[in-house]
Structures are given as structure tokens and as C-alpha cells.
Design a protein around this ligand. Structure first.
Ligand code: NAP
Length: 477
């Protein structure tokens, strides 16, 4: 772990193993932090937050830009580390590291131009006053990140919080924390002070929970499951922390009969199999107009047949492993459960090696089934739901507890926009699947998909608080 600038073990020397997701070979151990370890990090951050808030923004920005350059310079090594510890195919791992550097650079630039406001003398009696606001850091921000895009999603939080002048404590996912640890080490080498950026490891239910309940933490930014998010929201209420939650999804991909079918099929498959199906905003329900459903399914299966499953480090591999054998078994259970509820298994459905799951197509899925409502499958599974009318498509799409993103496919732009405007979610991709995230976009969910928005255009607001400075009677002679 990185506590107060030092690389340390747990106080009681407890460790957990990190394995290669694809092969289950041992890679390394990580410390399992004790309550005292977490408290030491929080105490150091209390000093760090003052040091960093007093550091001019141009200097913070310079250091974070240096971090971005260092990440870029080590892209290949970091990508191999990421691919190995999580099973993500190497081409996608390189992309994730590139995006991470862009996020650091983007927040470093944006922070230099993150302005306050001035008020007018609209209110009678305030003609001689001047009022302006400044955005000031929150203090200490705990960034709790998930396993699926461990580097990109952690940097969306940590780079933003640092650029805004906060001290940061990262709690990465226990299954694959190694690459983000290397990045933290690079950032410390580039000049981020050791009490400003720290990282503690250990199980979320214990170590994460300590951060959530700590008086010394001002904000929790979590990307993870809805169940964990709900627990954090409840626990965080006790100390009235700011809570930002980027949670699960069950995004619809709506294909009308007049869609460009080649594009619809390509995006359906790419959107669902990217990262082996472990993407929050992947299309997870495929709503296809009944008149073209047979054709859509046939062409999807043809495409899936051509995917190459294999070693994540092989340049030719299209579909790597899931994060763990346990995760693969859970996907199998969810597929079997959906079949028990009446869905028809048309393709795939089996484990392949220990932690791989075959691309899978389920037909005859109905809106009443769990998979269409509140069961998020984190694997390469395409449940197909037929519909006849536009109204029916909208109704089915919104019939879920989640609301992250969506995709709508049709050549009729009026229809696409009409449908998009009725969807209850944080973002709609027009003529593409909802598996899309621009670094700057206000990304986030409605309903049980979260609270708050993340992206270079918005997170600096979330990571700061507004203070009003009132110069009373300053203009009076
Ligand atoms: P997770 O199980 O909720 O874990 C996320 C993080 O929370 C991990 O670091 C975990 O630590 C920690 N954690 C677990 N229990 C905790 C507790 N009681 N208190 C504090 N922290 C705790 O999620 P995941 O399986 O890693 O990620 C998959 C989920 O994230 C999916 O639902 C996916 O849709 C969602 N997601 C959402 C977005 C988005 O932007 N909306 C993006 C990506 C993923 P451990 O690893 O030690 O358990």
C-alpha cells in the first residue's frame, strides 16, 4: 500500500493473493489493511489536504500533466499488467491506459479554468456590495473503484479530485489492484505528495467500509454495484459525507425494422463482448422489432461464431476471460435461471476453461423475466426481447430499476429522437449501442444506476464546494 509516501505492508502483515484471471496463476500478494493502517492514511490525508489546497492550481496541473506523460511513456508495460491481472484483451488494455493518461491531462487542463461566479446587484440594497464565489476543495476524497475498468474508472475519480485540490485515498478492487498501484507509484514519482495521494488495499466490506465510516473523509466516490452503492449511501449518511455513485446497468439496445442491420448487428456484438461483457453501459437487453428479429439473431450468431476466444495477451484474441472462475460460474447460473424462466438458449451458454464464458444468445426473453428488469449479467450474454410498436419498445426499455445508457437504431431520425427523449437513462447513443463513453461526457445513471455525473466537463464541480465571498459596502465612498 502507499501510506504517507511509504510503500507499506499491513500492520499485521496479512495479505491476499492476486491471480492471473485467465490462467489462475499466482501473480503477487497485496496487503489487507488493518483499521490502524486506514487510520494512518486518513491522518496523513488531513495534513495532505492542506498542503495540496495551498498548492497553486498551475503547479497541481503541471504535476498531473507530468503524471499523464509518465503513464503514456509506460503504456505497454501497464497494458500488459492490466491484461494479465484481469483477462482484458491486450488491445482494449492499451486503450484503457491511453484513456487514463488523457483523463489526467484533461483534468489538469480543466482545473486551470475552473471559475467561480460574480453576482449582480439585482437585489435592492446590495448596490455597494460585491459578491463572488470560488470553488474550493472538499478535503479528503476516498475513491473506491471496481474491477472492470480498474484504471480508467479510478482515474476519473482520483485525477479529478487531485486536480481540484483534494487529498485522495484510493481503495481499488481486490481482484486486480496491481496496475493502479503502479500508476499511483508513478504519480508519487512525478511529484504528487505522499500524503496527498495514498492507496490502501483489502476487502471492500472491511477496508472500504472503514473509509465510508471515517470522520476524516469528506466524500466517497464509488463506481461499483448497486448493492454496494446502497450500503455506502446508508453508511455515509451517518457522517453526512458527499456520496457520488456510479452503479450497475441493464441497458436496452432498441433495433427498429428500418435500422441499418449490418451496423446494428456489429454494434450489438461489439458492445456486448467488449471487456468480455463486463461493462456497466454495455447493451444487456436487445429489444428487436419482431419483423426483423429472426434476421437479427441469425446475423448476430454468424458474427459470434467468428470471434476468437483465447489468451488476453494474444493480439488476435477478441474475447478474453472474465475476472474470475466465480464470476464465470455466476454468469452460467444467471443464464440457466433465465432459461428456467422460459428463455430459449440459441447459442453458447457454457463455461470455457475456468474463467471464460462463451458468447451466448437467449431468445424469447420477456419483460417480466429478471434478466429484463433487475438482474445485471456481467458476461457476454445477449438476451433478445421482441416488440411490435414504438410505444411497446419504450415501455419495455424503461421497465427496469436501472437507467445508465441506451442505444437506438433506426434510419428515421424523428423516430430515434422521439424514442430517445422518452428513455429514462443518463445517455442515449443514436445509431449505436450504449456502450460508449467519452472522457468529457457527463456520464452517469438515472434510477438505481447512480447519483451524480463523472467526466472532464463535470467532476471538478463535484469534487469542489462553492464558497461565497461578500465584500460588503466595498463600493460605498
Ligand atoms: P463491487 O463489488 O460493488 O465493488 C466495487 C468496489 O467497492 C470494490 O473496490 C469493492 O472492494 C468495494 N466494496 C465492496 N463492498 C464494499 C463496502 N461494503 N464498502 C465499501 N466498499 C466496498 O463492484 P464490481 O464487481 O467491482 O464492479 C461491477 C459493478 O460495477 C457492476 O454492477 C457494474 O455495472 C458497475 N459499474 C458501474 C459503472 C458506472 O460508471 N456506472 C462503471 C463500471 C462498473 P472489493 O473488490 O475488495 O470487494
Amino acid at each position: 500500500m502507499f501510506i504517507n509516501g511509504e510503500r507499506v505492508d499491513a500492520g499485521d502483515a496479512a495479505t491476499a493473493d492476486v491471480l492471473n484471471s485467465a490462467t489462475q496463476e499466482f501473480l503477487d500478494t497485496i496487503p489487507v489493511a488493518t483499521a490502524e493502517d486506514v487510520q494512518r492514511a486518513v491522518d496523513a490525508a488531513q495534513i495532505g489536504k492542506r498542503v495540496w489546497a495551498a498548492t497553486p492550481v498551475h503547479e497541481r496541473s503541471r504535476i498531473l500533466t507530468k503524471c499523464a506523460d509518465a503513464i503514456d511513456a509506460r503504456r505497454e508495460e501497464l497494458a500488459v499488467s492490466l491484461s494479465t491481472e484481469m483477462g482484458k484483451i491486450i488491445r482494449e488494455a492499451r486503450g484503457e491506459i491511453r484513456v487514463c493518461a488523457q483523463i489526467f491531462r484533461g483534468f489538469a487542463e480543466a482545473a486551470n479554468h475552473h471559475y467561480g461566479k460574480t453576482m449582480t446587484d439585482y437585489q435592492i440594497g446590495t448596490e455597494n456590495d460585491m459578491i463572488f464565489t470560488q470553488r474550493e476543495p472538499l478535503g479528503v476524497v476516498a475513491c473506491i473503484s471496481p474491477f472492470n475498468y480498474p484504471v480508467e474508472l479510478c482515474s476519473q475519480k482520483a485525477a479529478a479530485a487531485l486536480a481540484a485540490g483534494n487529498a485522495v485515498i484510493i481503495k481499488p478492487a481486490t481482484d486486480n489492484p496491481l496496475t493502479i498501484m503502479k500508476i499511483v507509484e508513478l504519480c508519487l514519482d512525478c511529484g504528487v505528495p505522499g500524503n496527498v495521494l495514498q492507496l490502501v488495499t483489502g476487502g471492500g466490506a472491511v477496508v472500504g467500509d472503514m473509509l465510508v465510516n471515517s470522520d476524516g473523509i469528506n466524500a466517497i466516490s464509488l463506481t461499483g454495484s448497486t448493492a454496494v452503492g446502497k450500503g455506502i449511501a446508508k453508511a455515509g449518511a451517518e457522517t453526512l459525507k458527499r456520496i457520488f455513485l456510479e452503479l450497475g446497468g441493464n441497458d436496452p439496445f432498441i433495433v427498429f425494422e428500418d435500422a441499418d442491420m449490418e451496423l446494428a448487428v456489429a454494434d450489438a456484438v461489439q458492445g456486448r463482448v467488449q471487456n468480455a461483457g463486463q461493462t456497466c453501459c454495455a447493451p444487456k437487453r436487445f429489444l428487436v422489432q419482431n419483423s426483423v428479429k429472426e434476421e437479427f439473431i441469425r446475423r448476430v450468431i454468424e458474427r459470434l461464431e467468428n470471434l476468437k476466444l483465447g489468451s488476453p495477451l494474444d493480439e488476435a484474441t477478441d474475447l478474453g476471460s472474465l475476472i474470475s472462475p466465480k464470476a464465470a460460474r455466476e454468469v452460467k447460473r444467471q443464464v440457466e435461471y433465465t432459461v428456467e424462466q422460459g428463455a430459449k438458449l440459441l447459442y453458447g451458454g457454457s463455461l470455457y476453461d475456468e474463467s471464460y464464458f462463451e458468447p451466448t444468445v437467449l431468445d424469447q426473453v420477456t419483460p417480466e423475466m429478471d434478466v429484463a428488469y433487475d438482474m445485471e449479467i456481467f458476461g457476454p450474454v445477449l438476451p433478445i426481447i421482441g416488440f411490435d410498436t414504438e410505444e411497446e419498445a419504450v415501455r419495455i426499455a424503461n421497465h427496469t430499476i436501472f437507467g445508465l445508457q441506451a442505444g437506438v437504431m433506426s434510419r428515421d431520425m424523428k423516430r430515434v429522437m422521439r424514442v430517445a427523449s422518452q428513455l429514462e437513462c443518463g445517455g442515449v447513443v443514436i445509431n449505436g449501442s450504449g456502450n460508449y463513453r467519452h472522457t468529457d461526457q457527463p456520464f452517469g445513471g438515472w434510477k438505481m444506476s447512480g447519483i451524480g455525473r463523472e467526466g472532464i466537463s463535470v467532476t471538478l464541480d463535484e469534487m469542489t464546494q462553492e464558497k461565497s465571498y461578500i465584500l460588503k459596502n466595498i463600493l460605498r465612498a
